[in-house]
Structures are given as C-alpha cells and as structure tokens.
Write a protein that binds this ligand. Structure first.
Ligand SMILES: Nc1ncnc2c1ncn2[C@@H]1O[C@H](COP(=O)(O)OP(=O)(O)OP(=O)(O)O)[C@@H](O)[C@H]1O
Ligand SMILES: [Mg+2]
Ligand SMILES: [Zn+2]
Length: 486
C-alpha cells in the first residue's frame, strides 16, 4: 500500500514561506451551531454518538458554511466524521481522496452498515463495478464517493464529477502531498487542480502527522491559503513510550510480549521483508499467534492477514511500514519497533496505531547504532538528489535524537510537532527510569554512526540541542528547536 519514497519532482517549500506558525490555531470547545443543529442530529441518528469531540463541531460548521479547513489531529482523533457529517448535511456527494485503496471497500461497507450511501472508484474494481458506481454518483444516489488519487489524473474523472453534484472535497492523509514528509505520493501534487477547477466547492485536508514544515507544505501545495487551520493536541497520554538498547531483539520482543502484553493484539514493525517473515515465524514457534504483512506478499495474503488482524482477538501483526495507515482497530495494545524508523513522523504515526480506544498501551522499540549505520548507508546509496538525501539524513538525525534523549521522550516528541513546553510526562522510560548521561548502561555503545566516519567515542560530540552520537567531524546542522530538522 505504501509506495517507496520518490525523488522530489520540485524543490521543497522553505518552511518560512507558508503559514503554520502564524495561522490561528483553533483548538477547544465545539461551536454551538453544529453542537445543536442538523449536524448533531445526523451524528446521533447515523453514528449514535451523543457529542462532537474537540474541534469536530467547528470543522463541520466551517465546511457546511462553504469554507475550507486544514485539520491536524492525531491518529484515532476522529477525522473521518469531520467530512462525513458535512457530506450528509450539504447537498450532493462528498468526494474523498484517499491513498488507502486496500481499505476503501471496508470503509464503504462500514458506512453502508450505518445506512450511509457510499461508493468508491479505484483500480481493484471490475469495469462493471466502476460503471455502476459512476451511475449512482450521476443520479445523486451517493452521500460519499472515495477516490484513489490517481483517478484524478485524467479528464475522465473530472467530467464524471461535473456530471453530478459535489458537496465537498476531503483530502485524507494529506501529508502525502509533502515531499518533506515521509509518505510522499506524486499523485497528491495534482490535487491543487481541485481548487482550480471547482473554486466554490469547500475542501478539507486532514492528517495525523505534520511538523511545521509539512503543515506549511500541505497548505501551499493544496492552495489552502484561505482555509481555517485546526490543530489538535498531539499528545496520546495513554501511550507509554519506551526505547531500549538493542541486544537480541527477537528475544527482547518475546520477553516484552510475555511480560507485558500476553494474549493481546499489537503490531511489530521491521525494516525488511525478510526480517518480517523471520520474526513472524519466530513468534509463532514461541506460541505467539503472529502474521506477516509486507508489500512482497500477494494481494490475497495481505488482504486476508489484514482482515484477520482486524477481526480476531490477540493477533500480532509483524509488518513493514506497508501496513497500518488508516487501520481503525481500537484495541491495539502495543506497537513494537525492532528497527529504527526513518523519521520521527513515521515513528509517531506508527506508534499512534496503539490505544485508539484510550486504554493504556505501549510504544516499545529496540535501538542500536548498527541500525543508524544501516539507514545512513541506505540514504547515501539511495535514489534522489543531494537535497533529498540531506533531508532524509535530517529526518534520521531527529529520530536518533529522540532515541538518545535524557529528557522526557513525550515532550521531545511533541516539541518535534511544534507543541513545545510540556512538563515531563511521567509515562515514558526517560521519566520513570532517568539515566544521568547518555552512554551509560541502557545506551548503545557510542561511536559515530555515520558510515563514512571512523571516529569513536573519544572524538565524539553531541548534536547541538540533542544528545545524539555524532563525531565532531560529521555533526548534523544545528537545530534551533530540540529535534526539528532545519
Ligand atoms: N464524536 C465522537 N464520538 C464518539 N466516537 C467518535 C467520535 N468521533 C470519532 N469517533 C470514533 O473514533 C474512532 C477514530 O475515528 P477516525 O477513524 O475518524 O480517526 P482518524 O482521526 O481518521 O484516525 P487515523 O489518523 O488513524 O485515520 C472511530 O472509531 C470513530 O467512530
Ligand atoms: Mg482517518
Ligand atoms: Zn516522559
């Protein structure tokens, strides 16, 4: 599902050239109108929920009134209702652009079960299925129509949309438009055409991960300059963050599962397909019900493993990052990383799949400098121009800084997303088991992690503003703000 990262086609937007820091951030109580009116009636009638959460009511009102919105809300925060409810209230069909092709059928089925008339158009359908959905749209029989972004590449889909009535455009997983971010999809770049072609149709862009840079890039690339920005609190207080020194990672994982989450559902992320397969086999042999998921498995196996994970209890999904975006399973009790994610955005999004039900959950990771060396080699020998590689290196530096921090991990994570100044949380390992300095018992052996550099601990220095392990010869650029790459 997740495509490999792609070489940037255009220069990345400088962070200061767009909006986020200056934009009003609207956080807080629901607006009265949506809280009392037709939208609330729909929320209660269709979903059976009593109240809107957080910013939902204000966002719903903005769209019902014909305005644009840019929504940053953590995983499981309730972004879907922000466009589903106005699609029911406004005349016409809400058009939802989403990269989650493998989930569209499930999403549409779930809506149908609630009595919402929804359809989708993507490459998994037969010609007849597509034609039937198009006919339903034209005759005004759909409340919501989900589209894969590549559908909007040709004139054919635009003509189809013109042949019906559009209530709004929702651009889900909007961080995919960002070349700065970690999930870039080239097809998202053309979504600015929505505004050019249908300037009066309200638009909403939604994502669960956005640094200031990504936030700015979303606003800029989707031409959302006039939109209201809604930025929710990114803290997930029910998730405990822990990062341990990598020793024998599979044995460490097994001990973690047996000690802390026996019989519970969770996700284990590995960097390579090979490692996914071997880890799933290792766990299964040790009596832990585990399934593999990666892009190299055939479509049927992937769909079947995903469906089992969603429906059965207590399964462990061992996966590459191809798994997880948009998965709405409430009781994922842990997310474990056996390898270092490539960016803090990726780490936050992946760990955010734990504890959507609000109950205590664990984000656990093993980390060793060998991971960093491996990732740096991949970056240095990977595709893309020098600027692209430099950006990837900065992402990795920030991830490394999070691993090596001696201060509260949660506050550092939130600061990365621009929510600075939090007190120590008391619910992460650096809070509950403080260590005096990096390089002690729980810390991996220190030597410079850049493969091109042979320095060892003697010549090493910490990255400015962080406690990361870089030798002075290869220290990353100074970061003004904890781990934010500059
Ligand atoms: N106002 C509400 N009252 C009760 N439950 C809600 C409300 N809004 C959303 N939910 C529930 O919260 C869960 C998460 O919602 P949703 O799938 O929209 O999250 P999301 O923000 O899109 O997350 P992700 O980033 O993972 O896609 C769903 O099960 C949804 O039904
Ligand atoms: Mg969502
Ligand atoms: Zn903490």
């Amino acid at each position: 599902m997740v495509q490999p990262s792609v070489m940037p086609a255009q220069p990345v937007l400088p962070a200061q050239s767009a909006v986020p820091a200056e934009q009003p951030t609207l956080v807080g109580e629901p607006d009265d109108r949506a809280a009392d009116g037709l939208a609330l009636a729909e929320l209660r009638r269709v979903w059976g929920y009593e109240h809107f959460r957080g910013d939902q009511a204000a966002i719903v009102d903005t769209l019902i009134d014909g305005g644009d919105a840019l929504v940053l809300m953590p995983t499981g925060g309730g972004k879907s209702l922000c466009y589903q409810v106005p699609s029911l209230v406004r005349e016409g069909t809400g058009i939802v652009v989403s990269p989650l092709i493998a989930l569209m059928a499930d999403q549409v089925d779930a809506l149908a079960a609630l009595g919402v008339r929804a359809g989708f158009l993507n490459s998994t359908q037969t010609h007849e299925q597509r034609r039937a959905t198009e006919a339903a749209y034209r005759s005004g029989e759909l409340d919501l129509l989900y589209l894969a972004p590549e559908r909007l590449r040709g004139e054919e889909t635009a003509r189809l949309l013109d042949s019906g009535r559009i209530a709004l455009f929702a651009i889900d997983e909007a961080h995919c438009v960002s070349q700065w971010g970690h999930d870039f999809r080239p097809d998202y770049l053309q979504l600015s055409m929505l505004h050019e072609r249908w300037p009066t149709v309200p638009r909403i862009a939604l994502t669960a991960t956005a640094t200031r840079e990504t936030h700015a890039e979303i606003a800029h690339r989707l031409q959302l300059q006039g939109a209201r920005h809604f930025v929710a609190d990114f803290d997930r207080p029910n998730i405990t963050y822990r990062i341990v020194a990598k020793d024998n990672p599979r044995a460490q994982l097994l001990a973690f599962l047996r000690d802390e989450h026996p019989g519970e559902a969770g996700i284990v992320y590995c960097l390579s397909r090979n490692s996914v397969e071997q880890t799933a086999e290792y766990l299964a042999a040790a009596g832990v019900p585990a399934l593999p998921y990666h892009a190299g498995l055939d479509r049927h196996t992937r769909a079947s493993n995903q469906a089992r994970f969603l429906r059965e209890e207590g399964l462990v999904m061992v996966a590459t990052i191809a798994f997880g975006m948009g998965i709405d399973k409430p009781d994922v009790r842990f997310v474990a990383h056996l390898d270092l994610p490539k960016s803090v955005e990726g780490y936050y999004q992946e760990t955010g799949r734990a504890g959507r039900d609000g109950l205590p959950s664990t984000a656990w990771m093993t980390y060793g400098l060998a991971d960093v060396v491996q990732l740096r080699r991949m970056i240095e020998s990977g595709e893309g121009d020098a600027a692209h590689r430099r950006r990837q290196g900065q992402h990795l530096d920030a991830m490394l800084a999070l691993c090596e921090t001696v201060t509260c991990r949660r506050s550092q994570l939130l600061a990365y997303f621009g929510q600075e100044g939090r007190a120590a949380c008391g619910n992460c390992d650096t809070c509950t088991q403080p260590r005096p300095t990096p390089g002690t018992a729980r810390s991996p052996p220190r030597s410079c992690c850049r493969p091109s550099c042979a320095s060892t601990a003697a010549g090493s220095a910490t990255a400015p503003g962080t406690s990361s392990t870089f030798c002075s010869a290869s220290a990353p650029p100074a970061s003004s703000n904890s781990a934010i790459p500059t």
